[in-house]
Structure formats: C-alpha cells, structure tokens
Design a protein around this ligand. Structure first.
Ligand code: SF4
Ligand code: SF4
Ligand code: FES
Length: 319
C-alpha cells in the first residue's frame, strides 16, 4: 500500500529546538505495522529519524508513540487499522513525558513514579524454606496488572497528568494495586494509606476511561484504581476529599433520587475546613448571580422511591 507518514521531528541539538512535522511517502506491504513503516523510513529514506523499539512483538513496551493522536504500540498497530490506501498517519512521541529526540521520550519521570510505590513484595516473618505459597486464585486475580509491559501508553493519554504532572498516574497505581492485592505482601495497609494520603494519589483520577482505552495489555488501570479506593476505604482511610465526595454522592442520590450539588461541594471540602469553604464561596456567589446555584433544600426526584429500591437491592445483594 502507499502511505504518507507524518512524523513529529525534534532535534535538541539545533540552535532553537522546536518540534515540527515531516512527511514521508512510502510503499509498503499492507500487513505492515506503523513501526515497520518507521523502520523503513529510517533504513531507506532518512537515517536521522529517531525511534525507540526492541522486541517488535508487543512485549518490551518500548515502541509506544501517539498514532493519530492516541497512544499505542507501533509494533502492534497495523497500518490498515489507522489509514486507508493513500492516507496519512501522524506519529508523535507519547504525551505527558519530555521529548528527547523525534519520537523518543524521556521515561525518567515515569520510572520515578513506579519506584515511589515500592514495586516489590514486602514480607515479614522468617524466610520460608522454599517459596512463599499463594493460591492459584489469588495469582489469577493479579493477571490483569501483571500483564503490564510498562509501555507508558496510559500515562501518555491520562487527562489528569495533562494538567497536573504531580498525579502519580495510572501505570504506578496499577502496579501498586498488584502488590496491595497480593496475599503474600504484608504492607498492604501502609501502601493504601500512603496512596490515599499523598497529593496526587489514588483520589486524583477523574475516571475518564482513557487509560483503559489505550492500554495494549488490558490492564485497565482505572478499574484497578477504583478497586484500590474501595480497599483503602475498607481499611479505614476516610480522611480525604475523595472519600467524602463519594460518600456525599452516594447519600444524596439515595435520599433524593438526584445529586445535591451544594451539599456535595461542602461535604467534599469538609464542614470544618474553613479555608477550603472560603475558597468555594466566590464560586457559590457567582453561580447565585447567574441563577445557577442549585436549590439549598434539594427537590426529590419523582422517581426517588425507585432509586431507593435500587439501592436496597444492591445493598442486600450478597453475591
Ligand atoms: S481514568 Fe484516571 S488514571 Fe485513567 S487516564 Fe483517566 S484520569 Fe488518568
Ligand atoms: S497499564 Fe497498560 S498502558 Fe499502562 S504501562 Fe502498563 S501496559 Fe502500558
Ligand atoms: S517493540 Fe517491543 S513492544 Fe513494540
């Protein structure tokens, strides 16, 4: 097939480095991948194009790039999946990480965050004579997160990291889940408390689903984060705005069949958190002036009894 690759180029050694795009027209087999096409360009047209890769089999995780705006593995994405005959494919380095050159990003911030969650088993007690035994079921449960190849696709497209680089991010949180869910680990409560308490921890995910969408190994980081939130609450960590937000949401929909947005804001801030409540006051006044302030005493939804029945069914469902 004939295809145009529009590659983002960036050379840090030029006088005033700036990212720009360069197009390459190539003819290549239609079973080829985006990585095959970049290698062809590198070998036959322009040896200065820089790209990181190793296994070419979706195992090492090193060839992650943005393809037409979404993070993906270059070696797993076939050209025909992202362009038609004669079409153009735009390839850029992964997002939310600094660019070193062309399509190569600096993964140091990624690894720093992985290290920060202590990505190894912590055990207590005497060393066993052989290995530490774990049930097949408990290991099968870990398979989702164990499949992570540290490619960074989830981090690249995380919408929170785009605006707040201090968020620990989906890859590190999925890795943390892997250890909090391992029955051999003896630091589960400490891990949960740490990720519950730190700024940029488990409560900063906005559940945008992007990490689930782009993960090439079905780790589903967002689902892992939600499971960790539940575990953190069950372990008694209820001191965060995130937990208060969840609880207020749950209670107001249960009571009224709809969300009480005023109460949600105050509950999330904390009724005794005067500085935070003072921060919210101008927003409330601006909303009132524009007639957008929700009623202070919330109306009940017409169907609120049905909503309560649903709650009862879910709460009584022990399976
Ligand atoms: S679901 Fe959460 S962790 Fe995943 S990309 Fe969205 S904000 Fe980031
Ligand atoms: S969770 Fe998925 S997208 Fe994120 S680093 Fe692991 S394999 Fe890559
Ligand atoms: S080159 Fe290893 S995952 Fe693509």
């Amino acid at each position: 097939m004939n295809i145009t690759l529009r590659l983002q180029r960036f050379d840090p050694e030029t006088a005033a480095p700036v990212a720009k795009y360069q197009e390459y027209d190539i003819e290549i087999s239609d079973v080829s991948t985006v990585l095959d096409a970049i290698i062809k360009i590198h070998e036959e047209i322009d040896g200065t194009v820089a790209m990181r890769y190793s296994c070419r089999s979706s195992i090492c995780g090193s060839c992650a790039v943005k393809i037409n705006g979404s993070a993906a593995l270059g070696c797993k994405t076939r050209l025909v999946e992202v362009a038609e005959e004669g079409g153009t494919i735009t390839v850029e380095p992964v997002g939310n990480l600094p660019v070193i050159k062309d399509l190569i990003s600096d993964f140091q911030p990624f690894w720093d965050k992985i290290r920060s969650i202590s990505p190894y088993l912590k055990t207590t007690g005497p060393e066993p004579e052989n290995e530490r035994i774990a049930s097949n079921e408990s290991m099968a449960n870990l398979l989702t997160a164990v499949n992570c190849i540290m490619c960074g696709c989830c981090v690249s497209d995380c919408t929170v990291l785009e605006v707040d680089p201090s968020f620990i991010g989906p890859a590190a949180l999925a890795k943390a889940w892997r250890f909090t869910s391992d029955p051999r680990d003896s630091a589960t409560n400490d891990r949960l408390k740490y990720l519950n308490d730190i700024d940029g921890g488990m409560w900063d995910c906005t559940r945008c689903l992007k990490c689930i969408e782009v993960c090439p190994k079905q780790v589903a980081p967002m689902d892992r984060i939600m499971e960790m939130r539940e575990a953190a609450i069950e372990a008694g960590n209820t001191n965060t705005a995130g937990y208060r937000h969840t609880e207020s949401f749950y209670n107001s929909v249960k009571k009224n069949g709809r969300l009480d947005e005023t109460r949600l804001a105050i509950d999330s801030a904390g009724w005794t958190n005067i500085p935070r409540l003072l921060d919210l006051a101008p927003i409330g006044i601006a909303a009132m002036r524009k007639g957008k302030l929700p009623p202070l005493i919330p109306h009940k939804s017409e169907d609120h009894k049905k909503v309560q029945e649903l709650y009862e069914r879910v709460e009584n469902d022990t399976e």
